[in-house]
Design a protein around this ligand. Sequence first.
Ligand SMILES: Cc1cc2nc3c(=O)[nH]c(=O)nc-3n(C[C@H](O)[C@H](O)[C@H](O)COP(=O)(O)O)c2cc1C
Length: 225
Amino acid sequence: MEFDDVVLGRRSIRGYLDKPVPQALIREVLGLALRAPTSYNTQPWNFFVVSGAVLDRIRRGNVERTLAGVPDSREFRTGPDYAGAHRERQIGVAKQLFAAMGIARDDKAGRQDWVLRGFRQFDAPVSIVVTYDRAIYGSDVAPFDCGGVVNALVNAAWSRGLGCVINSQGIMQSPVVRAEAGIPDDQVIQTCVAMGWPDDSFPANAVVSHRRSVDQAAVFVGFDD
Ligand SMILES: Cc1cc2nc3c(=O)[nH]c(=O)nc-3n(C[C@H](O)[C@H](O)[C@H](O)COP(=O)(O)O)c2cc1C
């Protein structure tokens, strides 16, 4: 696949075929992602690739604790609630997804089901938990580096026919993820990426989210043309 086809074609995948992903293919995708740049080439990240019964226990624990009202225990600062343009964009993509799925505004059960799917990592066959070394906890650079590698990861996966969704909901109950995946204390959990073969009949998979234009996002300074 051409670079443009990957970048322009990729979208988050939230419905997967019930078909395993070969470990060799995940290794190939990770190998590509690991070419991502990092600050001083520190490569502070690690990947815990989870599948099968372990992933099912993570899903169960995540859902049970969330339904029981256990507060979010993600291991990073989330900052203030989104407002203004950020909130509008957040609502914009949610509207696109709900429209595709036929979930009406007042359909509380449908909305709840959608949220729980997220906590189940959309029933993907694989979840890649991305961590970084606790020795540099407190630096904003490490999460930045993780963002770079995760972007490379989802694009590399797409180039091989695999779909992903970066899934903050999946690590909302980080102690469950840590215990089940055997993540040592010297690692900080940053995010997880659900991965699998896209189910093309799943309506939300067709959603193409909007982007700001270059003119809206960029300022050019010092150019003559
Ligand atoms: C840090 C991060 C966390 C995300 N967490 C979730 C999530 O918990 N649930 C979800 O459905 N999508 C999640 N997403 C996916 C975004 O909603 C998605 O990337 C965005 O709407 C743009 O859509 P696209 O990926 O299809 O281009 C997350 C993306 C990022 C980068």
